[in-house]
Design a protein around this ligand. Structure first.
Ligand SMILES: Nc1ncnc2c1ncn2[C@@H]1O[C@H](COP(=O)(O)OP(=O)(O)OP(=O)(O)O)[C@@H](O)[C@H]1O
Ligand SMILES: [Mg+2]
Length: 366
C-alpha cells in the first residue's frame, strides 16, 4: 500500500497542507514541537480511523477552530486508487471510503494496513500484560475480520457479565442462570480467540525470530510464548471449569477473573524473560523486531505490504541499527520517518526518498 497524496485542513497545528508522495522513504525533519508527529498522526487517522495519541476527534481540531478535514489517496499493490475523506465538526464525524459513507469502524478495518512505531509503545515490552495482548489483538483484527468480530462479541459479553457481578456487591441477588449463559458464551468465544491466536503466533514468531537475529547482528534469540491459566490441550473445557472454579472469587471481586482476556504473551530473549531481565537496548530491539515482523505477517496474509510509520527514529534505535532496519525494509514498503536529528539527511538515498522540513505547522519539501 502506498500513500500518494494527503490533504489536511485545521488538523492539529496545520491550517492547510497538501503533500504528494512519489517515493518509498518519506522523511519529516524539524525541531521539537513543530508538527512532525502531527502529520504521521493524520496518516494513521486516515488509514485506521483512529489516532495513536487520542481517542477523541475533538483533540485533533486545530485550537480555536470548529471543523477539520482530511483526505488521502492511497494506491494498493494492484495500482487501484483508494480515496479516504474524513471531516469532523464537533457534532458530525463523516468518513467516506471510495465516496461511500462509512458508519462503523469495522467496515474500514484492514482496508488500509498501517504499522507504526511510536516512542511510547515501549509499553508493549515493558508494560503490563494488556499492552502485549492489545498488540496481538490489534494485529489479528487488522487481517482477520472473524477475529475482530469474535473479539468484540467476547468483550461485550465480559462487560455484561461484569456489570451483573458488580451489581451483586450492591446487594442484588445472584442470577445463576444468567451467569451460566455468560460463561458458556465466554468459553465458546474465548476458545475461538485462543485457537486463532495460536495459529497467528506460529507464523508470526518465525518472522520475528529471523528479524531479531538479523537486526541484532546474530546476537539475540527471541521467542514469544502464549501464557494462559487454561490447559492448552483442551482450552474450552478448561476455561469452562476455571470459570466455575473461580466463580466465588469473581462474585467477591465483582469482575470476570478468568478467560482469554487474561491470557498473556511472554517475550523471551535468549531463553529469559525480557520483562524481568532485558536491558533497555534489548527492549528497543525487541520492539523494532516485533513491528518489522508485523509488516511481514500482514504481507503474508493479505498480500499487501502495510505503510510503515517510524515516529522519532533515533529515540528507538541508534544509527547503526537503523541502517540494519533499512536493509530489512523491502524496497516496496513505503516508510514515513520523523526525526529531529538532521543527520538523517546525509543518509537518505535521494533516488528513493523525499525529505520535508517542518517549521511551526508549515511543511516544505527540501
Ligand atoms: N489540536 C491542536 N491544535 C493546534 N496545535 C496543536 C494541537 N495539538 C497539538 N498541537 C501543537 O502541535 C505541536 C506538536 O506537534 P508534534 O507532536 O507533531 O511535534 P513534533 O514535531 O513531532 O515534535 P517532537 O520532535 O518533540 O516529537 C505542539 O506545538 C502542540 O502545541
Ligand atoms: Mg514527535
Amino acid at each position: 500500500m502506498k500513500l500518494r497524496k494527503i490533504e489536511l485542513a485545521n488538523f492539529r497545528n496545520y491550517e492547510k497542507l497538501e503533500l504528494e508522495f512519489s517515493k518509498n522513504i518519506i522523511c519529516f525533519t524539524g525541531l521539537n514541537g513543530q508538527g512532525k508527529t502531527n502529520i504521521v498522526e493524520a496518516i494513521s487517522v486516515l488509514g485506521l480511523l483512529n489516532s495513536f495519541r487520542t481517542s477523541n476527534y475533538s483533540d485533533l481540531l486545530k485550537f480555536n477552530t470548529d471543523y477539520f478535514f482530511l483526505k488521502a489517496f492511497f494506491q494498493n499493490s494492484s495500482k487501484r486508487d483508494l480515496e479516504v475523506k474524513i471531516s469532523y465538526d464537533k457534532e458530525i464525524k463523516k468518513i467516506m471510503f471510495q465516496n461511500k459513507r462509512i458508519l462503523r469502524f469495522s467496515e474500514m478495518w484492514g482496508k488500509i494496513p498501517i504499522v507504526y512505531l511510536m516512542p511510547d509503545e515501549s509499553v508493549i515490552t515493558t508494560g503490563p500484560p494488556n499492552a502485549r495482548r492489545e498488540f496481538g489483538d490489534k494485529l489479528l483484527s487488522m487481517v482477520d475480520a472473524e477475529y475482530f468480530s469474535a473479539l468484540n462479541d467476547y468483550n461485550t459479553i465480559v462487560k455484561h457479565k461484569n456489570k451483573v457481578l458488580f451489581s451483586l456487591k450492591g446487594g442484588e441477588t445472584l442470577n445463576a442462570e444468567m451467569i451460566s449463559i455468560y460463561n458458556s458464551k465466554i468459553a465458546e468465544l474465548g476458545t475461538k480467540l485462543y485457537i486463532k491466536r495460536i495459529a497467528f503466533l506460529e507464523i508470526f514468531t518465525v518472522y520475528f525470530k529471523g528479524i531479531l537475529l538479523k537486526i541484532s547482528d546474530g546476537l539475540y534469540k527471541g521467542e514469544i510464548r502464549y501464557e494462559t491459566l487454561m490447559d492448552e490441550k483442551n482450552y474450552f473445557k478448561s476455561l469452562h471449569e476455571n470459570l466455575k472454579k473461580y466463580q466465588k472469587d469473581e462474585i467477591r471481586r465483582g469482575t470476570t477473573l478468568v478467560g482469554a482476556h487474561k491470557d498473556d504473551l511472554d517475550f523471551m530473549i535468549d531463553s529469559r524473560s525480557l520483562r524481568k531481565f532485558g536491558s533497555k537496548g534489548q527492549h528497543k530491539l525487541f520492539l523494532v523486531a516485533l513491528k518489522l515482523a508485523e509488516i511481514e505477517y500482514i504481507k503474508s496474509i493479505t498480500d499487501e505490504y502495510p505503510i510503515f510509520i517510524l515516529d522519532d527514529l533515533y529515540s528507538e534505535i541508534d544509527e547503526k541499527k537503523s541502517l540494519q532496519v533499512a536493509k530489512i525494509l523491502d524496497n516496496d514498503i513505503q516508510t514515513f520517518i520523523t526525526t529531529s536529528n538532521s543527520r538523517i539527511i546525509d543518509q537518505l538515498d535521494k533516488n528513493s526518498s523525499q525529505l520535508f522540513r517542518i517549521d511551526n505547522g508549515v511543511c516544505e519539501a527540501v
